[in-house]
Design a protein around this ligand. Sequence first.
Ligand code: UT7
Length: 323
Amino acid sequence: MIRSVVLGSGAAKPRTVVTNHDLEKKVDTSDEWIIQRTGIKQRYIAEPDETTADLGEAAAREALSDAGLTVDDIDMIILATSTPNNTFPATAVDIQERLGMSHGAAFDMQAVCSGFVFAVTTADTYIKAGQAKRILVIGAETFSRILDWEDRTTCVLFGDGAGAIVLGAEEGVGMSNDRGILTSHLRSNGSHKEKLYVDGGPSTTQTVGHLRMQGREVFKHAVAMITDVIEDAFAATGLTADDIDWFIPHQANRRIIDASAKKLKISPEKVVMTVEQHGNTSAASIPLAISVAKEDGRLKKGDLVLLEAMGGGFTWGAVLVRW
Ligand code: UT7
């Protein structure tokens, strides 16, 4: 059977680091509160001349180079983002143009913090259906642009950045020791909209709007939803938490990640945690964490990796992939 194998990865961060102490000067908060409640110590914030397309393009170039490929080898670009450069055209098309690619198709995918998991799953489906051989999957965000910088309950939580992977079709035997994506599971439930949303948009306010979140309410649902969809991934493959080499979750909050890992009985040394250095970068958080684990030598070919995310919508999902 056809498997979607990870051929390369890359990441890009804005130039400017903003620490918790920097934020203490802007809003009524403290380094201590932010670290204790979230684990975040700093985040990267885009300067006015750094856009989602800039960050996504840089991450894409690094992923292509890591894979030893050029855009000529790519059939499709899927960009997960909730902070596109423009309402339309899709920022993926902008990146396609910047990369010098005029064949194939590029489109954006919007599932907020779960965007990367949704985009990877979509890419896998195209590859398995034989409609594409190699797909560039990017998660890129500039959430700083939609934050209310006077709202301390949200502005301290998020950051900007991008990450990308190249997925390519390879033959597998259909067993769980195949390389590539072994299973993926997506969920959404619109009844939770008010808990995490942006209060503007083209068809309602004709403005971009600001992120609004009932943090405690999101927190309450997060662990149950995450662990539930991961249990589905385990059941579909016959794999268990013991088989996992690396758990690379969406990086929203250290307490959510710790509680999810504990409930799933995934030992702490297998958890890739980057929330401390990046904050919550929405659809970019998983590919950014992938690049950290790859650069420091943890993530190696053949490793079994569990990806997971949960975010606005609510949307949530899990992917099991052998690197
Ligand atoms: O990626 C998408 C998914 N998003 C998430 O997963 C986020 C999920 N939620 C969370 O991570 C947590 O709920 C937060 C980090 C957002 C908040 O942590 P919490 O432990 O749930 O705190 P809380 O909202 O219950 O607030 C506790 C107190 C409140 O004061 P009172 O009412 O107890 O007097 C807040 O006003 O902390 C106060 N507070 C702050 N204090 C200092 C809220 N924000 C801040 C702040 N600095 N930045």
